[in-house]
Design a protein around this ligand. Structure first.
Ligand SMILES: Cc1ncc(COP(=O)(O)O)c(C=O)c1O
Length: 428
């Protein structure tokens, strides 16, 4: 790597890269012949619905569930229509409902919180720490007699501190639902994410590590949770004419089923998962090693990882000394064609930061009255305000985020490192 001392691109200098970084749709950008053939086979046999069709071909969705459960190391997998649906089914599976509270981090996609509200329970917002995942030291402050579960969200590919979270949960008699939407395939000390808590919820939406366009998966080792989730996700079908054996009584549900085209895509994408993780980890390690010395010298730290070997490595996140510096560095990097962003800006709405969830903070609902907020069964007062998680906002505001696409070549990785070194040297 050559250490450039040229003028920054933002000041009119020559950018370290001639074109922007490749798009960040890890599985999505790999879609090719195998996906095409898998989808065409579904169309050819005209079996688009998982439970019946004109040909005897076995269900691809059922095959995906079996393979996903086996790959992740769980007893049961339930394929659903989205990550949000997986969270909603998981919460219903856990028996969470009106009057209950679930602890959710202040940095996560809003769906983590809206799924709790959809289950008619109340999300209570807790801080993240410098790993940008749930801060174990902040959890117990929020536990009340209404708390039923902790939602551990493995943000930007990196595992939560599951040792601490599981210890708190066991000691306080709480359940854990893992939101693995952004970390498909990642692990914590050798065990796959989504298999620590009572429920793991995954997303297969287009932006995720592997994708079926839209889609999700729920994992659990407990039959009653699986059966409750199964009933809820396929409520319209009255449980397939009583052919299925259920460990719990039937109750009304919705339709969150996955279709066969997504099932077929998912089977191919699951085969790609290990290779995608390897590529992202290798590229990120290369960039990290090349910038470590400059970062240290300039007082810039890396996002702390609870298990560096297990993370999906979808992003490189650096902390700057101040929010202003983070914005300046992100702008300068982007001008170098090393696309970067700071992660919280009061003036830029972003549904990954609870500060911006104005309609949740205002307890807005589609109807005037009703659970979870205006509900006779709920006697709590949610901790909502723009100041509810100051530590989270400070960390996010000081951070600079760069995607690590599996499409990066070694040359791309070296140019990213060169750009970071150039910008840190010039601005810090
Ligand atoms: C952390 C997190 N949770 C949940 C979701 C919801 O997933 P989906 O978009 O598949 O409903 C997402 C995805 O956007 C996410 O990033």
């Amino acid at each position: 790597m050559t250490l450039s001392r040229e003028k920054l691109a933002i000041e009119g200098g020559v950018p370290v890269r001639s074109k922007p970084l490749p798009p960040m749709f890890p599985g999505g950008m790999m879609i090719g012949e195998e996906e095409k053939q898998a989808v065409m086979a579904v169309l050819d046999d005209k079996n688009l619905f998982r439970f019946y069709g004109p040909s005897p071909t076995p269900s691809r969705v059922a095959a995906l569930e079996r393979r996903f459960a086996e790959y992740m190391g769980a007893k049961y997998a339930l394929a659903v229509s989205s990550g949000t649906a997986a969270l909603h089914c998981g919460l219903i599976g856990l028996g969470i409902g009106p009057g209950d509270e679930v602890i959710v981090p202040a940095y996560t996609f809003i769906a983590s919180a809206t799924a709790v509200i959809a289950a008619k329970a109340v999300p209570i917002i807790a801080e993240v720490d410098d790993s940008l995942t749930l801060d174990p030291f902040d959890i117990e402050r929020h536990v009340t007699r209404r708390t039923k579960a902790i939602m551990a969200v493995h943000m930007r590919g990196a595992p939560c501190d599951l040792d601490s979270i599981m210890e708190i949960a066991r000691r306080r008699g709480l359940m854990v639902i893992e939101d693995v939407a952004q970390a498909d395939g990642a692990s914590y000390h050798g065990k796959r994410l989504g298999t620590f808590g009572e429920v793991g919820a995954f997303s297969l939406q287009y932006h995720k590590v592997i994708t079926t366009g839209e889609g999700g998966m729920l994992l659990t080792n407990e039959q009653t949770i699986y059966d409750r989730a199964r009933i809820f996700h396929d409520g319209a079908s009255a449980f397939r004419g009583g052919k299925e054996r259920l460990s719990v009584p039937l109750f009304p549900g919705v339709n969150y089923r996955m279709g066969e085209i997504c099932g077929a895509l998912g089977l191919v994408q699951l085969n790609r998962l290990e290779g995608l993780l390897q590529m992202m980890r290798a590229r990120k390690a290369r960039i990290r090693a090349a910038i470590a010395e400059t970062a240290r010298a300039k007082g810039v730290s890396f996002r702390r990882l609870n298990d560096p070997a297990g993370e999906a490595a979808v992003a490189l996140i650096l902390y700057m000394p101040t929010a202003d510096k983070a914005r300046e560095v992100a702008r300068a990097l982007t001008a170098e064609n090393v696309n970067a962003g700071s992660m919280f800006n009061e003036g830029v709405p972003d549904w990954h930061v609870a500060f911006h969830w104005k309609h949740i903070i205002n307890q807005a609902m589609p109807t005037e009255r009703g659970c979870p907020f205006r509900c006779p069964l709920y006697d709590g007062e949610p901790n909502y305000s723009e100041d509810m998680a100051p530590k989270t906002l400070d960390l996010l505001a000081r951070s600079v985020h760069i995607n690590v696409s599996p499409l990066l070549t070694e040359e791309d990785a070296d140019q990213i490192a060169e750009g970071i070194v150039k910008v840190l040297r010039a601005l810090l």
